[in-house]
Design a protein around this ligand. Structure first.
Ligand code: ARG
Ligand code: ZN
Length: 877
């Protein structure tokens, strides 16, 4: 059944205090909970009390200490109802059993490699005990944990430790934790296991001493230092940037190897997918170091944005996720990426969110309805949600934004809030009217901005005409214009930045506010026809079309003072070439002829410019992806043509820039020991990007170079890049490297995931056969989400030509595997099925195969998660 935002009603009853006692045992867990219940203001006396509960065995229930006889309550699927509760407040004592071992859904209490752990967001707490499991019911928790002392020596929960001890003569022990901060049930967590740990401390700005701990499987302690450093950096940064300090005496992080998502911000006890904690130079790449740092920060930042102020209902998910992603992006920008950050963010948004917004699963940043909330942890809610926060900051300014954050906490601390609460704090702090801006939260679809510039030589004015269209999306056929911060610049013939003046006033930061469907900005005192640079710094999550000629784009590639748009110009140029070559049949002219040569020429000065950061130069070397091209084409997509066109352009550039590339490759070599710092990582990124492009020639020399790169690698960044480069070219060298990598890392789950992923992503004609074969590999398991994502996910989302094979074998493969997984882990299955989201843009043959696979699924027995994705993806087709 569909739930609607407009139907929100406050809870009839509140729970202010919870005492939980969990006794952990291999064959199950016994949970006793004592909850104090009170009617909410306005609740009519005698209103039935309805508790949520799933996959639980009820052992007993008592009201105010009196056992409830069977007739006083009813159990129905997902619910426990007391039809005639007492008037006023009362206490319930509920004893239930659940089975962590059998919990393959990884929601609620489950076992991951022998460690008891929990995942409660969004609706997992009801799989631990009967409760009013919704985010606007906030309670303080005291938790007693009990388990076998020898096999489960570590017992953790939220908040601060209160007490611990042995239970005489039983071989069992206990620990008691208390969390003084009221929180919704989705932030509850417990962990029990035989875990090793590293410890450190952090002193907050106002002098609170916080004990920090990171818990991992024994033997992995040597891979925790980076996560710990990242945590301390994040804690300091949040104090400096937003004045936000930590509020408990301990902060613990636990890494587990079976986890549906990335990580979870449970109060004082973050639980992580171990791939986002564990790092050592020989096992983790620079990309891993970067994502660990950013996710550690993200979960930590939730302590304020999400935990201290939480969400009133799940429709408001972006209130915590969009804002927290925005905060972690700003952090990564400050401590690591600088100007490259915006490129990485925009690339991710365009790759993941734009297709979502353009496809059958499009939904607003704040959805108005859902069937299964787990399906709404999307790029739209997270990444576009972050863009909305960034636009607010751009519109009102960084200082006002910080004051807005302060006001938001002043007004909402300790409560469950809405998007309106957030935006009104920003409006009040800045004095700006943000009414129109609210449309960003309710209208789905990526706005399309068309810009054209006319120069008047007599008046010396340049008129920029801006049109905006928000395309129709499922359920939203017509849209109102958005409030869009559009950063622009005008560049003179010699490459100089021209001052922007409108009505006699300079335009600060080149920031225009677009609010109408059609708007004209007339810039004064422009001496000669300029070249416009539009959407600088990617100031809004929109698509831009301009009437720029190829020469003007080349000009921007060299002269634009905005690093983002200089990079974007090159991407646009390359995208046009590949898309033209792959549109309606294959014509390799554009990707091998004079236009491609001009692209090389325009790229070279930047690549050779030693004053530019190596990371930035590395980004310039990365061509638009196959999916970028597919998105640009938008219809009649033939993934083989795209692959061929893109490979040809890579080869052309590689040959045309051979000298530059080998110069870069040679100059970036080093004998220094691995260090994850930004400069060293940037140097590796540049060297590896050069290697990648050089290998596009496919010559024996290139293959030998890649194999040498692999053999000489002293860190995972270099090994995995060499392996990935080799994997695209069938050769003995490739097989040799893959075998060597396997022999070396077969005992290491996270590294082995990389081995599976590299093969699944290799755009080779035999890739469906490869993934089929790897499914049968002794190290493959459908039960571990990381392994599933490494093999099946990488194939479906990272190998466009393989997945979209013309005969439909890729679709059949995915449908079959997703269906199997759906039987025990709907969440992971539904995510995989997202790979079908752009099926309607394919050419007719592929489209028919995709449709057949989807229809096959729709007639199978599916979880609600998979059902929602499949039916919405099929649409009315
Ligand atoms: N709140 C987590 C985060 O930091 C995500 C948890 C989502 N879990 C889920 N089962 N959908 O983004
Ligand atoms: Zn989050």
């Amino acid at each position: 059944t569909t739930k609607f935002l407009k139907d929100y009603a406050p809870p009839e009853y509140l729970i202010k205090d919870v005492a939980l006692d969990a006794s952990l045992a291999p064959k199950g867990a016994r949970v006793s909970s004592r909850i104090s219940i009170e009617p909410n203001a306005g609740t009519v006396a005698g209103t039935p009390l309805v508790l949520d509960g799933e996959a639980l065995t009820l052992e007993s229930i008592a009201l105010n200490g009196q056992e409830l006889e069977a007739g006083r309550y009813t159990l129905s699927p997902g619910k426990l109802t007391i039809a005639n509760p007492p008037v006023g407040s009362f206490t319930l004592d509920i004893v239930t059993r659940c089975n962590p071992e059998a919990n393959l859904e990884l929601s609620g209490l489950y076992l991951s490699s022998g460690t008891y752990c929990t995942q409660c967001e969004p609706e997992g707490f009801r799989r631990i005990t009967y409760f009013i499991d919704r985010p606007d019911v906030l309670a303080t928790y005291t938790v007693r944990l009990e388990a076998d002392r020898k096999s489960v020596p570590v017992l953790l929960s939220n908040g601060n430790p209160v007490d611990a001890g042995e239970i005489e003569g039983t071989g069992r022990h206990y620990a008691i934790w208390h969390d003084p901060h009221p929180k919704p049930s989705y932030l509850f967590a417990l962990v029990g296991g035989n875990l090793a740990s590293i410890h450190d401390t952090f002193t907050t700005a106002s002098g609170r001493e916080v004990a920090l701990g990171i818990y991992v499987e024994p033997g992995k302690e040597d891979r925790c230092d980076w996560a710990m450093e990242s945590l301390k950096r994040a804690m300091r940064w949040d104090e400096e940037r937003f004045g936000l300090e930590y509020d408990l005496d301990v902060f613990n992080i636990v890494a587990v190897s079976d986890f549906n998502m990335g990580a979870m911000e449970n109060k004082g006890l973050n639980i992580f997918n171990d791939k986002l904690v564990l790092a050592r130079p020989d096992t983790a790449s620079d990309a891993d170091y970067t994502s660990i740092e950013s996710v550690i920060a993200h979960e930590y930042f939730h302590n304020w944005t999400g935990n201290r102020v939480t969400c009133r209902d799940w429709f408001q998910l972006c209130l915590k996720e969009g804002l927290t992603v925005f905060r972690d992006q700003e952090f990564t920008d400050d401590v690591r990426m600088g100007p490259v950050m915006r490129i990485l963010t925009a690339r991710l948004l365009k790759a993941r969110q734009f297709p979502e917004d353009a496809g059958p699963l499009a939904h607003p940043v704040r959805p108005a309805s859902y069937i299964e909330i787990n399906n709404f942890y999307t790029a739209t809610v997270y990444e576009k949600g972050a863009e909305l926060c960034r636009m607010l900051q751009t519109l009102i300014g960084k200082d006002a934004f910080r004051q807005g954050i302060a006001l938001y906490f002043e007004r909402n601390d300790g409560t469950a809030a809405t998007v309106e609460d957030f935006v009104s704090a920003m409006a009040d702090a800045s004095g700006r009217d943000l009414t129109q801006f609210m449309r960003w939260y309710t209208q789905s679809g990526t706005p399309e901005i068309a810009c054209s510039l006319d120069y008047d030589p007599h008046a010396k004015t340049a008129r920029l005409k801006v049109n905006q269209v928000v395309p129709p999306t499922p359920g939203q056929s017509s849209k109102e214009p958005m409030h869009i911060p559009l950063k622009v610049g005008l560049i003179g013939a010699n490459g100089d930045e021209l001052p922007l003046k409108l009505n006699g006033e300079t335009v600060p930061g080149g920031l225009l506010e677009v609010t109408e469907r059609e708007q004209v900005f007339e810039f004064e005192d422009i001496p000669a026809p300029p070249t416009p640079s539009i959407l600088r710094d990617f100031s809004a999550p929109v698509r831009v079309t301009t009437s720029l000629k190829p020469e003007q784009i080349e000009f921007l590639m060299i002269h634009d003072a905005d690093p983002f748009n200089r990079w974007q110009a090159a991407q646009t140029y390359a995208t046009d070439l590949i898309a033209t070559a792959a549109r309606d049949g294959l014509d390799l002219g554009p990707v091998s002829g004079p236009q491609a040569a001009r692209l090389a020429q325009a790229l070279e000065p930047g690549l050779r410019d030693e004053t530019l950061a190596p990371t930035y130069r590395a980004e310039t070397l990365k061509l638009p992806s196959e999916s970028d091209i597919a998105r640009e084409l938008g219809r009649n997509v033939d993934t083989d043509a795209i692959l061929a066109a893109r490979d040809t352009l890579r080869k052309t550039l590689s040959e045309a820039m051979a000298d530059t590339l080998s110069a870069i490759y040679a100059a970036t070599a080093t004998d220094d020991a691995f260090s994850p710092d930004p400069d060293s990582a940037g140097r590796r990124a540049l060297r590896n990007a050069a290697l990648d492009l050089m290998t596009a020639t496919g010559t024996q020399e290139a293959i030998d170079r890649a194999l040498r790169h692999y053999r000489n690698a002293t860190n995972m960044t270099d090994s995995i890049m060499a392996l990935s480069v080799l994997s695209h070219i069938p050769s003995d060298e490739c097989d040799e490297a893959l075998d060597d990598f396997y022999t070396r890392w077969q005992g290491d789950a996270l590294v082995l995931d990389k081995w599976f992923a590299v093969q699944a992503r290799a755009g080779r004609p035999d890739s469906v056969a490869t993934v089929h074969r790897l499914l049968g590999h002794p190290k493959f398991s459908l039960k571990n989400p990381n392994r599933v994502r490494a093999l099946i996910g990488s194939f479906a989302m990272g190998n466009p030509s393989g997945f979209n094979r013309a005969d439909g074998a890729g679709y059949a493969f995915l449908a079959q595997q997703a269906l199997k997984i759906d039987g025990f882990n709907p969440h992971v299955a539904a995510r995989l099925l997202g790979a079908f989201e752009s099926w309607k843009t394919l050419e007719p043959g592929r489209q028919a195969h995709a449709k057949k696979a989807l229809q096959g699924l729709s007639s199978a027995e599916l979880s609600t998660d998979a059902y929602e994705i499949v039916t919405k993806t099929l649409g009315s087709a």
